[in-house]
Design a protein around this ligand. Structure first.
Ligand code: PMP
Length: 444
């Protein structure tokens, strides 16, 4: 296995990793990290699935319920005013984090809903909803939607469904044998018919950054919309959709140390206000008759019903947590952890590390196949040692199929991960084959 040079993520240069004392202070903020499992301290290496929560996030959500719980936007009473202020302040916090305007931030339940929202809104435009403003975004037969072969199912299936609803064709940019997006092939896939490019910022299987600097200009050159799945980048590096020149970016709060039940969709203002809504109901309208309704502009247009108020407030606290630590310092620390992880795994015989040789910046995440052992069994060995890792296809079946595996074991770090924890994980993975009595001979 060759090791990638693992350069710093874009925009991160000289920031210092956390010192041992700082790391200790960070860890002290996560109550779940005090748990023991099977007589050992929990080693949580599943942050890519969902992050643990610092006390201040748990407390922010609880404090809302304790002190200011009310439905937002509609009430004349004090609590409703306070709740509205907290909710809109959460939106402003997200907007600052992304360096975008407040009305370009839509709260969703998670990234999956964000991706469905945009795909359905475009589908509704394709049915003629939204009138002349939405018409430029309507799809029909002959139009093409482009994804990549490494997408999480959340950034694949909504586009399959949109293609089915509109008669458009879904095409994909293949990955190479290592799981890297094939940029040369992209030039043959993205073309005059491409109307949408939907791509991940960072793969949830290889941890590698996608080559956005090559893909986005290809899409721009043909006037296609660019939708970014930023689930695996938002917790680890500065996410600035405008600098990346994307029209839409989505992520989930729960992977960013925030609560479950909250996600974010950033959309360019003109796009959001031109598209018809996805879900319909209260809080999103100007005028309603028995026959029809007029809709508010974004963000209300896309937030019908009582929104996820406590969750948005919790997410804002998580963003303050990350921002105060410094996203550049988080990236620098996780970069060191990621390098240690890859270098350590490179020394382990009898395993395959997906995408280890991809020459791109990456986050501290690695998916491995232990030869001769099913990923679930390998995960069990780690669990018995108190190490929480992910097993399965990580909602990326096509990528696993392309890499010749049905499942893998994924290690993913968070802001609290220590070098000792990575050493423990590497040692545990190194011990899996012996645990199951797998020899070279059984492999062949
Ligand atoms: N995209 C990627 C790259 C992901 O890793 C995930 C979560 N595993 C999602 C989308 C979906 O996120 P959620 O389940 O929070 O909607």
């Amino acid at each position: 296995m060759t090791l990638s040079p693992a350069p710093y993520p874009e925009g991160v240069t000289e920031a210092a990793p956390f010192t041992a004392d700082e790391l200790e202070q960070i860890r002290a903020q996560f109550p779940s990290l005090r748990r023991d499992l099977y007589g050992r301290p929990l080693v949580y290496l599943d942050s890519a699935a969902t992050a643990q929560k610092p006390n201040r996030v748990i407390e922010a959500e609880a404090a809302f319920y304790r002190e200011a719980n009310a439905a937002v936007h509609r009430g004349a009473h004090t609590l409703a005013g306070e709740a509205t202020e907290l909710y809109e302040d959460a939106r402003a916090t997200v907007a600052r984090f992304l360096a975008v305007d407040d009305d370009e931030v839509i709260f969703t339940s998670n990234a999956t809903e964000g991706l469905n929202l945009i795909a359905y809104a475009i589908g509704n435009a394709s049915l003629g909803q939204g009138g002349a403003a939405a018409a430029p975004y309507a799809l029909s037969a002959g139009d093409e939607i482009v994804v990549t072969e490494l997408e999480h199912h959340a950034n694949l299936i909504p586009w399959q469904e949109l293609a089915a609803r509109t008669g458009a064709t879904l095409r994909y940019i293949p990955v190479d044998d290592h799981g890297a997006i094939d940029v040369d092939a992209a030039t043959g896939v993205i073309g005059a018919r491409t109307r949408i490019l939907a791509v991940s910022h960072v793969s949830n299987v290889t941890g590698a950054h996608s080559p956005l600097e090559q893909l986005v200009p290809l899409a721009r050159a043909v006037g296609a919309l660019v939708v970014l799945d930023a689930c695996q980048s938002a917790p680890h590096l500065a996410l600035h959709p405008r600098e990346l020149d994307v029209d839409v970016a989505v992520f989930s709060g729960h992977k960013l140390y925030g609560p479950t039940g909250i996600g974010v969709l950033y959309g360019r203002r003109e796009l959001l206000n031109a598209l018809p809504p996805f879900l319909f109901g209260g809080s999103m309208i100007t005028t309603v008759t028995m026959e029809r309704a007029e809709y508010l502009p974004a963000p209300q247009r896309f937030e019908p019903g009582t929104p996820r108020i406590a969750q948005a407030i919790g997410l804002a606290e998580a963003i303050r947590f990350v921002t105060e630590l410094g996203i550049d310092r988080i990236a620098a620390s996780e970069h060191a952890i990621g390098e240690q992880l890859l270098r350590g795994l490179a020394e382990v015989p009898g395993i395959r590390v997906f995408g280890a040789s991809i020459d791109a910046p990456r986050v501290a995440l690695a998916s491995v196949v232990v030869e001769g052992v099913h990923a679930h069994d390998a995960g069990q060995v780690l669990d018995n040692l108190g190490i929480a890792a992910r097993v399965g296809h990580h909602c990326a079946q096509p990528l696993h199929r392309r890499l010749g595996a049905t499942a893998s074991l994924r290690i993913s770090a968070g802001v609290h991960t220590t070098t000792d924890e990575i050493d423990q994980a590497i040692a545990a993975i190194a011990g899996v084959r012996e645990f199951f009595g797998v020899t070279e001979a059984t492999n062949r």
